[in-house]
Structure formats: C-alpha cells, structure tokens
Design a protein around this ligand. Structure first.
Ligand code: SF4
Length: 300
C-alpha cells in the first residue's frame, strides 16, 4: 500500500504487490480484488481508468463490410470497447498519468482495422450513431411526439416500412413518455437505423424484446451491412449476436477489475466456445463448467 499523511485514498503498488491477499481478506468493505494476469498481457493494454482501476486489454476492432458482435458478462468492458471504437474515449494504453498521443496509439493498433476506423471517425468526422444501452436516455432527451422525432432524424425519408416492421405504426402519434420499455427499445433501434452514418453501434438491442421482435431487429441490422459501413452489436443474447454478426469477439475477465477481448471467431465457433467456456486460441477457461443446451435454452 502507498499512503502518505496528506492522502485521502490509499493506493496499491502493483509493482511491489506479491499477491498474498492479506489486504483482500482484511478490508472491511470488500473493496479490494486481486487479479493475477499473464506477463504478456500488458502489451495488449488498451485503456485503464486509473491506478488500481478497471483495465481493458486487446480491443476488438470492427472491419468495414463485416458486422462485429461483442459478447461477455456485465462489467468486463464491452461498453468501454464501444466508446473507444466510436471515438468517444481516447485509449490511454494504460498510461493514466502520461497519456500517449494519437500517432503512438495508432502505431500500437497498426495490425488491426482501428487506424482506418479512427481516420474516418476522428479525422474525417464521419457520423457515428449509437443505440444506447439505457434506452430511457431517449425519453430524457426528447419531449414531444414520436412522429416528430422520427421525422427529424429520418435521413432518407423512407422510415415507413421500418416503422411497420418494428410495430411502431400505432404509437407514432403518442408522446414519447407514453410508451413502455419494449416500445422505447424498438423506437431507439429505429432511430439508429434511419440515420445516415458511417458507423452504426447497437448496445444491447435485444433487451425487453420478445423472440419475434429480436428476429425482426436482427434482420434490420443485417440490412445495414455494406462495404461502406462499420456495424457493431453488443448483446448478452448469444443466439441474437450469432444471427446478426459475421465475426464475434468474446470479452472475458473479472467484472469491474479487468476485461480481455478474445480474437475474432466465426459466429458458430463463438457459440460453441461460449457454451464450452474455453477459448482455444487463447488457451483460457472462461468458467470452470460448461453450459448445457438445457440451461442455454432456458436463458434464451
Ligand atoms: S495482496 Fe498482499 S502484497 Fe499485495 S497489496 Fe495486498 S497486502 Fe500488499
């Protein structure tokens, strides 16, 4: 522990820590978690929120013309990865006190598609639209009729078929605060789909939706696939992500402690890897048991 007479917060020296776990057991607030990571992992560090804070390793990167699916537990960095890809968060490569500049960051990701995505998003300022994880943000940011909001954002003025497909046609005369959770979710997805953008991101689009609506939404997202667009989908529903994606990254780790992006797998490979709980390329167990088909179907 590093603490001086003027400090209000104690810090753990990660260089000096030998992992004895005494502080973990003694802390009365269960505030300390200890993770022992491989020596090679620091080279893959993408972003860290501060000393002793959450760290994301091995950023999954999206390629134009291919839909990237990201799956993983809550708190392992899926939304952090999305923020970095969307240009909302500058990755610090773990150097919180001395953050690197863009040339160094881009050099680190030289072998991935991140530099071309960065060029379009940060340099050329191409539009990025995100379906937020928390759809109540849509309600908080708009006060008025749904119809007016759709008209305002509809770039090509061709949203009527999507409105019908997403069963929103009976709701558009209502005020936005008069619709339920599933309806807000479908509206948030529609508002993302109808905008003219270079990058489309969907953070947990299947939440609150029944299976029929999930299939419709999956088809609508598939329609966005083109050589000019980047599309990224983050979700907990493996079946949904499998049906919508061309390649999948499994983000694993310890919630609120660290997260690691796996290499990209084909959707079928990713499903079986996730159920088996073992990443063959990384030689890592995601958990110490396999999901049976029965448990998976129940969750589905
Ligand atoms: S795990 Fe042990 S060595 Fe590491 S900070 Fe805690 S008490 Fe110190």
């Amino acid at each position: 522990m590093i603490v001086t007479s003027t400090d209000k917060k104690a810090e753990i020296s990660e260089q000096l820590c030998i992992g004895c776990t005494i502080c973990v057991k003694k802390c009365p607030f269960d505030a300390i978690q200890l993770a022992v990571l491989p020596n090679t992992l620091p080279k893959l560090l993408t972003h860290r929120y501060g000393l002793n804070a959450f760290a994301l390793y091995n950023l999954p990167t999206s390629t134009k013309g291919k839909i990237l699916g990201i799956v993983g537990r809550n708190g392992v960095g899926k939304s952090t990865a999305l923020k970095v890809l969307a240009g909302k968060l500058k990755p610090n490569l773990g150097r919180c006190a001395d953050p690197p500049d863009w040339p160094e960051i881009l050099g680190t990701f030289a072998e991935s598609s991140f530099p071309s995505l960065h060029k379009e998003v940060i340099v050329e300022k191409q539009k990025v639209v995100i379906k937020p994880q928390h759809v109540d943000l849509v309600i908080k940011t708009w006060d008025g009729k749904i119809k007016d909001l759709i008209q305002k954002l509809d770039a090509e003025k061709n949203s009527s078929s999507l409105i019908k497909l997403l069963h929103l046609d009976t709701l558009i005369e209502r005020n936005i605060d008069q619709i339920s959770g599933g309806e807000v979710q479908r509206l948030a997805i529609l508002l993302t789909l109808i905008q003219d953008a270079r990058v489309y991101m969907f953070d947990e689009p299947s939440t609150y939706l029944d299976i029929r609506a999930r299939m419709v939404v999956a088809n609508c997202i598939r329609e966005l696939k083109s050589p000019d667009h980047y599309v990224v989908v983050v979700d907990h529903d493996m079946g949904f992500v499998e049906s919508v994606s061309d390649q999948i990254c499994c983000v694993f780790g310890e919630p609120s402690v660290y997260g690691i992006g796996s290499k990209l797998y084909s959707p079928k490979e990713a499903i079986s890897i996730y159920l088996n709980g073992f990443l063959p390329a990384e030689n890592i167990n995601l958990r110490n048991f396999e999901f049976s088909a029965v448990i998976f179907m129940k969750n589905y």
